[in-house]
Write a protein that binds this ligand. Structure first.
Ligand code: HAM
Length: 423
């Protein structure tokens, strides 16, 4: 039997690697523009770190970690995420007490999940973590930075922001009790995962994908009723800052995230173009984590984006991009010669636009089908009549589909005006 790559671990062909490199370059540039500094983190950490940070009752710790004993008998784990290692790093290197830090890292993460499109057992993240800043301003800054990255990648139209606040830990404990109490009565009707979570981690039931469970949740108590005033104000402050800066979002009370360390702000950037694995970036605040790991208290907030998912999005976008901006159809030898000449004149005027001439014979109708399929905005039509009159017919392939006939001399200028209006 031939040896194959481990299930869920992707090979990246040159074209794929090129796309992920493009994304990394953009992210790197944007992070630098906001004053974030890159750090390097090990891929292996002591298992105990993830148990304590991510949480014993999370899917990650319960069933997804690659854990083994090294030759010394010490339990080590391939990092399933970057925040735990970053907090450990910042504390160990004395970067926290009375300081403000904006840090970022990138690299492979490992989770033993069921592989599918957009979900792998080894995947790349770029993460940013900020320390020492308790206010909502830095949360807003992280989201502005994300939005700038999506814009630069041309993905902003396909990614939306969902936002929630988890309040302080006390509020969450009270809410958890009430929620579990409510759901107990419906235990038999919950999906299998949610039944299991009812005792271990009832909050995670909120983001169950089962429609029956979501139906039951409609009558459940809501976290915002238990939220402390300070968290409420923090969340309102963040929403104001986002509104002022033109960042659109939807408040989704069901976002709880799959890691235990969050308080107050949590968010996910989601696309519908990738099927069920649509979260391309997630993050939030974790003000109690440094102290929980034995350091002096220092608030923290951050995010991580999935490079593999963003690469898929960008690749799909590039594939669906059109083959032509202008498609020239013609019939007869004289018309073909004119078509080639006119196409040259348009290319001289319009750099960056694709002008495709239909080569070879074919009925006008079948040539027009090709023009449509090419994704072009304009079809130019040249038949015997046009050649005799020195004109060219132009058909818009966009909605509306207007048609006009103009003189061949004015064609290049016509195209120039058309595409400059479009931009
Ligand atoms: P996360 O939501 O677990 O958060 O992961 C962040 C992103 O990594 C996801 O939105 C997704 O794009 C990507 N990702 C996660 N699992 C997979 C997978 N199996 N295959 C492909 N991509 C995946 C965290 O990891 C937190 N450390 C984020 C954070 C930083 N919170 C605060 N600071």
């Amino acid at each position: 039997m031939k040896i194959q790559a481990v299930r869920g671990m992707q090979d990246l062909l040159p074209a794929q690697k090129k796309i992920s490199r493009t994304i990394e370059d953009v992210v790197r540039e944007v992070l630098a523009a906001y004053g974030y500094r890159e750090i390097g983190l090990p891929q292996l950490e002591q298992t105990e770190l993830f148990k304590r940070v991510v949480g014993e009752n999370t899917d990650i710790v319960e069933k997804e970690m690659y854990t083994f004993d090294d030759r010394n008998g010490e339990s080590l784990t391939l990092r399933p995420e970057g925040t735990a290692g970053c907090v450990r790093f910042a504390e160990q290197n004395g970067l926290l007490f009375n300081q403000v830090q904006r840090l970022w890292y990138s690299g492979a993460m490992f989770r033993y999940e069921r592989p599918q499109k957009g979900r792998y057992r080894q995947f790349d993240q770029i993460g940013a973590e900020c320390f020492g800043m308790p206010g909502p301003d830095v949360d807003a800054e992280l989201l502005l930075m994300n939005a700038r990255i999506w814009r630069k990648l041309g993905l902003d139209g396909d990614i939306r922001l969902e936002l929630n606040s988890l309040g302080n830990p006390d509020a969450r404990v009270k809410f958890k009790e009430k929620l579990a109490g409510y759901l107990q009565a419906y235990e038999q009707d919950l999906d299998e995962d949610s039944q299991r979570r009812l005792t271990s981690n009832p909050l995670r039931i909120l983001d169950s994908k089962s429609s029956k469970t979501q139906e039951i949740l409609r009558g459940a108590p809501v976290l915002s009723d238990f939220m402390d005033n300070e968290s409420k104000q923090h969340f309102e402050g963040l929403r104001r800052l986002l509104d002022d800066n033109g960042i659109a979002y939807e408040v989704n009370p069901n976002i709880v995230r799959g890691l235990d360390y969050y308080n107050k702000t949590v968010f996910e950037w989601i696309t519908t173009t990738l099927g069920s694995q649509g979260t391309v970036c997630g993050g939030g605040r974790y003000d109690g984590l440094v102290e929980q790991l034995g350091g002096k208290p220092s608030p923290g907030v951050g995010f991580a984006m999935g490079l593999d998912r963003l690469s898929l999005m960008l690749a799909e976008k590039m594939e669906s991009s059109k083959d032509a901006d202008v498609y020239v159809v013609s019939q007869g030898n004289a018309a073909r010669a004119t078509a080639l000449r006119l196409a040259e004149s348009i290319r001289d005027q319009l750099s960056g636009k694709k002008v495709v001439v239909h080569c070879g014979d074919g009925k006008f109708k079948s040539q027009m089908k090709k023009a449509d399929a090419s994704g072009a905005d304009l079809a130019l039509v040249l038949g015997e009549d046009e050649v005799a009159a020195g004109t060219v017919s132009i058909k818009s392939l966009r909605e509306g589909g207007e048609q006009s006939t103009i003189s061949q001399e004015t064609l290049a200028q016509y195209c120039l005006d058309y595409f400059s209006k479009e931009n």
